[in-house]
Design a protein around this ligand. Structure first.
Ligand SMILES: *Cc1c(COP(=O)(O)O)cnc(C)c1O
Length: 416
């Protein structure tokens, strides 16, 4: 069932033409998991073919000097425009987890005598695990203060943890489960007032909303490229270090790509100037090359227009939830206030795992499940339509009306 409302919203959508930029081989598949793995831009496939044939196939090792060596910075400078950073402040390298490790370790080294790391339980678990591992390898002299959320949706009192012992505040800017968005400028200012550094994980924000690390005066940030940037499975991540900090810091992984003159192959490490010192080893060039297509599309569309559509679409989804799903016992596990919400909406149900499986297996809708009871619906304004959102809600309702989920196992699959 498609209503005139949804059709009219699509007809008025200035970003609608961007959908044709993506590989969509099954138009009836409603893909609402772009916050986990974005769709493939058609231009990414061309870039990959060209890199394989014209560069790897033909130029071989010469392509490093001609093209590849510049990619981590070139792409970093483009991503800088998405997060409000300057050229030379962003680098594409490694995974988000590894970049997070590098920046936490360097931040802690630069705050000797301070022992507290402040974070919260809305944060992405990989970040929390890395903090725990680092505390161990640094000899156990640091402590993690993990501020509890009162409701799993909104943050607890983070500011009260920021005192003269705090070395670092680190948070996911948009919470992966509820979609809650922290106030970057306010929390950064609070951490700075206490003398602590701030590291933002932008994985669930970048490409979904305008960001301004410069206006917030953020010290460090990391983020994914395979979610809203549509960079491809396992595409390398990015890291940001504010320019006036770079020369004071050393990466904890002193690999040759972060050396001043990698190809001199000197026996002692000296940091490369600027952001390059945060490279470790040889970058995964084929995966890196594919990232540019999605970033270019976002820059062409404009982050203000993307955010406006995202807010309209998540708001539309919430209004449909209220009419069709709330009466069936489905809860809203994301903020209702659009200014506090990222680009996904989590809906809760005691049978969420089985409903998620029914949607994927029989309804041709792909959201994802996050423990214990959340089904996340990710809106990617470059390719998600209003009709798809409405149709997904109606198929969700059908699953509950007809009890389709009841035949699925309560066993958890390996990947959700
Ligand atoms: C997806 C995500 C990551 C993923 O990190 P990888 O190292 O790429 O697996 C990290 N942090 C946040 C907040 C995420 O949403």
């Amino acid at each position: 069932m498609t209503t005139a409302d949804a059709l009219a919203l699509d007809a008025q959508d200035v970003l609608a033409p961007f959908r044709a930029e993506f590989a969509i081989d099954d138009p009836s598949l409603i893909y609402l998991d772009g916050n986990s793995l974005g769709r493939m831009p058609l231009r990414a496939a061309s870039l990959l073919m060209q890199a394989a044939e014209a560069q790897w196939g033909s130029r071989l090792v010469r392509a490093w000097g001609e093209e590849w060596i510049h990619k981590p910075r070139q792409l970093g400078d483009k991503i800088a425009k998405l997060i409000g950073a300057e050229p030379g402040e962003v680098l594409v390298a490694d995974s988000t987890s590894v970049n997070f490790y590098k920046l936490v370790a360097t931040a802690l080294e630069a705050k000797p005598g301070r022992t507290k790391i402040v974070t919260d339980d809305l944060n992405f678990p990989s970040d929390l695990y890395i903090l725990q591992g680092l505390v161990r390898t640094l000899g156990g002299k640091h402590e993690i203060s993990r501020v509890a959320s009162p409701d799993g949706l909104t943050p607890g009192d983070i500011a009260s943890q920021l005192d003269s012992t705090a070395a670092l505040l680190t948070l996911s800017h948009t919470a992966f489960k509820s979609g809650y968005v922290h106030d970057m400028a306010e929390l950064t200012a609070a951490a700075h007032a206490a003398g602590a550094f701030v590291l933002w994980d932008l994985s669930h924000s970048v490409g979904a909303m305008p960001l301004d690390v410069k206006a917030a005066n953020a010290d460090f940030a990391v983020g994914c490229t395979y979610k809203y940037l549509n960079g491809g499975p396992g595409a390398p991540a990015f890291l940001y270090v504010r320019k006036n900090l770079q020369e004071k810091l050393t990466s904890p992984i002193c690999g040759w790509f972060g050396q001043d003159q990698p190809f001199d192959l000197a026996l002692d490490y000296r940091s490369a100037p600027g952001i390059n010192r945060f490279m470790a080893g040889t970058p995964p060039m084929l995966s890196m090359i594919a990232i540019e297509a999605g970033v270019d599309l976002l820059l062409e569309a404009g982050m203000d227009r993307i955010r406006a559509k995202s807010v309209a679409q998540t708001g539309f989804l919430i209004s449909l939830w209220e009419t069709h799903l709330a009466p069936l016992g489905v809860t809203l596990n994301s903020p209702r206030d659009a200014s506090l919400r990222g680009s996904h909406v989590s809906l809760g149900h005691a049978e969420a795992l089985r409903i998620d499986q029914a949607l994927i297996e029989e309804m041709n809708v792909i959201p994802d499940f996050r423990y214990p009871d959340n089904i996340r619906f990710g809106v990617a304004p470059l390719y998600t339509s209003f009709v798809e959102i409405e149709e997904a809600v109606m198929r969700f309702r059908r699953v509950l009306d007809e009890g389709i989920h009841l035949k699925y196992s309560v066993e958890k699959p390996t990947v959700t």
